[in-house]
Design a protein around this ligand. Structure first.
Ligand code: HEM
Length: 194
């Protein structure tokens, strides 16, 4: 039996600290960013020639190399059942993954974030040009999810299921329309079904 969800009208308006502490939502966002990272390529210009490990290749200076967060995040070497969406694989709070990856953090003045490029979890990139907006992004996404989930019940169209990934643009898109059904929860401010 699932846990009873209180009617929307009974839920408090969350403050900043409440949203930060929404642990389950945190894991949900983290796991979604793992298998559906919005930015599918992070580019770097080669300044000095780079040897590709375990090969005879050397990438000359002046070229660009691309790393994709999807490649490592869906690799079974790092994540059990890597293609499955399992929010519970994440522990409470910040972390680099279930398999004890490099958790080195840096604080550039907006809160400690993981910065190691050795981590397989790279939806926000790594190193000097890593995203500065991670914490703000979590705050926004969790707030939006809280508002939507407290007012509506969502379900995927069972005929279509979860859409495949589309890599044709810089930002990952769903392949085809991502149809889901939603209806208002009891106690939500307006009575008519959406
Ligand atoms: C889920 C939401 C977001 C994702 C997945 C994301 C992802 C990324 C990625 C992959 C990079 C490139 C990092 C690299 O090249 O290593 C980046 C850079 C950046 N992001 Fe985000 N981002 C998000 C939200 C935000 C927000 C909310 C802000 C600002 C409020 C922001 C500001 C920036 C800036 C300024 C850079 C450039 C950093 C630099 O070049 O030094 N991002 N982001």
């Amino acid at each position: 039996m699932g846990r009873e969800i209180p009617a929307a009208a009974d839920l408090p308006v969350p403050e900043y600290d409440d949203v930060k502490a929404f642990d389950v939502l945190d894991r949900i966002v983290r796991e979604t960013l793992r298998i559906r990272p919005p930015l599918v390529q992070v580019m770097r210009k080669v300044i000095t020639p780079i040897a590709v490990p375990n090969t005879n290749y050397v990438i000359p200076a002046g070229n660009y190399i691309v790393a994709s967060p999807v490649a490592s995040a869906t690799d079974e070497k790092y994540y059990t059942n890597a293609e499955d969406w399992v929010p519970s694989r994440w522990g409470a709070g910040e972390g680099d993954g279930e398999d004890g990856q490099d958790k080195a953090t840096t604080d550039y003045g907006f809160g400690a974030t993981t910065t190691s490029a050795r981590s397989p979890m790279l939806p926000f990139g790594a190193g000097r040009h890593r995203c500065i907006g991670e914490q703000f992004a979590y705050l926004q996404i969790k707030t939006i999810l809280y508002v939507l989930l407290s007012r509506f019940e969502f379900s995927l169209d069972p005929k279509r299921g979860m859409p495949e990934r589309n890599y044709n643009s810089m930002v990952m898109l769903p392949e085809g329309p991502a149809l889901c059904r939603y209806k208002r929860r009891a106690g939500s401010s307006t009575s008519s079904a959406a």
